[in-house]
Design a protein around this ligand. Structure first.
Ligand code: FSO
Ligand code: SF4
Length: 538
């Protein structure tokens, strides 16, 4: 296997024996072959669309397939077998794209040995040139981010053919020998499409569930047994809350589900009682103590311990061998009755240390722009000197303590703008408020990064300056491919001088890094003191 798509990749270069995430060699092979087949589907479908006879459902299929290959989403071979079979079926139902089709358009598998034999010749290392490989990987991982966000929007009924066409265009491009400037152009277009997909998802979430309101969430536990829901899928949360109404159980959010408490549509459920635990990598300890069932809707799934594996359930694109998967039925309806019935047989959750009643979330663009006058006045009076965008992911290495230390060391006249699970490094520090404005503005999930863009654009307009002239510094933490896409989206908006950590992506070659540094002034993080001095002076 060779995988270098996430920040935890071995030695910062690539996982070759087994993923740090727990991905086995075999699953990596299935994922590589699935991505390859999606390239074949894309070539045929793009050609068919030009003739007016494309398959309008192929774009969503490709997005779902790429989402399944994201870090920590699916470890279940049987699910990848189904996706591979479906990819071949969709591809073969499309007309041939020409007489000299690439192998991805025609290759077929007779079973596991074919898949395992094929993988090395179609995976990342099948591109020999280091810089071409780097650009293809950057594009592929950005496309995986788009695919995840697109799938979420589509679940809520918001679709956009331009976005799925771009996913297919990007995939198809990897089968061609393109000149480097054209590849760089596609990476930039990926960032631009990233802004569009984030806007689409924002529209999907807010039209379905209302505009998030600044909300204080309890992390203490109640007395009844509970169901814990984790991941990012709000539709799953809605179905779970509806089906568990009056069932005698409570529902808790975990990890990236925390911001759900801020939506008006979810606040009406009294049995949505709080948030249990913190970011994804703490799940082994936290799920053990939760005592009840845990529903995974999306990443980040960590291979479970036997102590709680029987209490895990997956849905959507997540999967793990031996864990019960809840499939969507007609109209996308999911039956969570087994999970709810199981919860009733469980003990209530054990309280976790450091529980509190006041974890603030829900600072989406509408809520923050409602405070715009206050924010602008605080900047003008000097009460707020600088905003630090500290969005992105959390992760398990010790070096991520940098982000907690950075937040602690920030002067009192600074405000953190965050989204994603990175927030768990500092949202419990009690950093207080400035004239009623929270010092940690949590816009929500990584899926809600669009809010940060809207807030930055509104500030730029209010002060009549460009986005790079604002008193805003970017200190982003990345882990997986959605964060890659958010970074590309920021670059496509012209944001410069982004600090990225805890280390730079292993898939970026020295020559590609040189372009990023020269064009965008991208930098790796260093020490809290040095980075803070630089950002506060900026
Ligand atoms: Fe975190 Fe995981 Fe939301 Fe990521 S839970 S790390 S960017 O997959 O999705 O922020
Ligand atoms: Fe390694 Fe990350 Fe790939 Fe997992 S997702 S195999 S940890 S690079």
């Amino acid at each position: 296997m060779f995988c270098h798509q996430c920040e935890e990749t071995v030695k910062g270069t690539g996982c070759t024996i087994k993923g740090v995430c727990g991905k086995e060699d075999e699953i990596a092979a299935y994922q590589d072959v699935l991505v390859y087949l999606c390239k074949g589907v894309s070539v045929r479908n793009l050609a068919a669309m030009e003739q007016g006879n494309g398959n309008p459902d192929a774009g969503l299929f490709v997005a779902e397939a790429l989402f399944a290959t994201l870090t920590n989403v699916n470890f279940d071979k049987s699910r990848f077998t189904m996706l591979i079979t479906k990819a071949i079926k969709i591809r073969d139902a499309l007309p041939e794209s020409g007489s000299d089709e690439p192998d991805a358009c025609t290759w077929k598998s007779q079973g596991e040995s074919d898949i395992l034999a094929k993988a090395p010749s179609v995976g990342i290392l099948s591109t020999a040139d280091e810089d071409v490989r780097s650009l293809r990987s950057t594009l592929l991982f950005g496309l995986k981010g788009i695919s995840a966000y697109y799938t979420h929007a589509a679940v809520l009924g918001k679709t956009d053919a331009e976005i799925t066409t771009f996913i297919q265009k990007g995939l198809a491009s990897m089968l061609k020998d393109l000149p480097v400037p054209e590849m760089i152009g596609l990476v930039m277009e990926c960032g631009k499409t990233g802004v569009s997909v984030l806007a689409l998802l924002d529209e999907a979430n807010t039209s379905a569930y209302g505009k998030p309101e600044i909300t204080s969430v309890k992390t203490t536990v109640a007395k009844r047994p509970g169901v814990l829901i984790t991941g990012h899928d709000l539709k799953d949360l809605e179905m779970l809350l509806e089906q568990s109404r009056d069932a005698g159980v409570d529902v808790y959010t975990h990890g990236e589900m925390l911001p759900a408490h801020a939506y008006p549509a979810f606040r009406k459920y009294p049995h949505l009682v709080g948030n249990y635990g913190s970011s994804w990598w703490h799940q082994k300890e936290e799920f053990e103590q939760f005592n009840g069932p845990v529903l995974f809707t999306t990443n980040c799934l960590v291979p479970p311990k036997d102590t709680y594996k029987a209490r895990l359930f997956t849905t959507g694109l997540t999967g793990y061998p031996g864990v019960l998967h809840v499939e969507a039925g007609p109209g996308g309806r999911k039956d969570f009755s087994k999970i709810i019935a199981f919860a009733k047989t469980c003990q209530p959750p054990t309280p976790l240390p450091g529980s509190r009643n006041d974890l603030i979330t829900g600072c989406g663009h509408d809520a923050v722009l409602a405070l715009a006058d206050k924010v602008v006045a605080a900047v003008k009076s000097g009460d707020i000197k600088r905003f630090l965008v500290m969005a992105g992911c959390d992760g398990r290495q010790k070096e991520r303590e940098y982000y907690t230390e950075f937040a602690k060391a920030l002067p009192n006249d600074t405000v953190i703008l965050t989204a994603g699970c990175a927030k768990y490094r500092y949202n419990g520090l009690g950093l207080g408020t400035i004239g009623g404005i929270p010092r940690v503005i949590d816009a929500g999930q990584c899926n809600d990064c669009y809010s940060l863009v809207v807030i930055a654009q509104a500030l730029a307009k209010a002060f009549g300056v460009g986005i790079n002239e604002l008193p805003v510094s970017y200190n982003i933490a990345w882990y997986e491919q959605k964060a890659v896409l958010v970074l590309l989206a920021l670059l496509s908006l012209g944001v410069k001088d982004i600090t990225l950590g805890p280390k730079l992506p292993g898939f970026v070659s020295p020559a590609v890094l040189d372009v990023l540094v020269k064009q965008f002034d991208l930098k790796p993080n260093t020490t809290v003191q040095a980075d803070m001095a630089r950002m506060l002076k900026a």
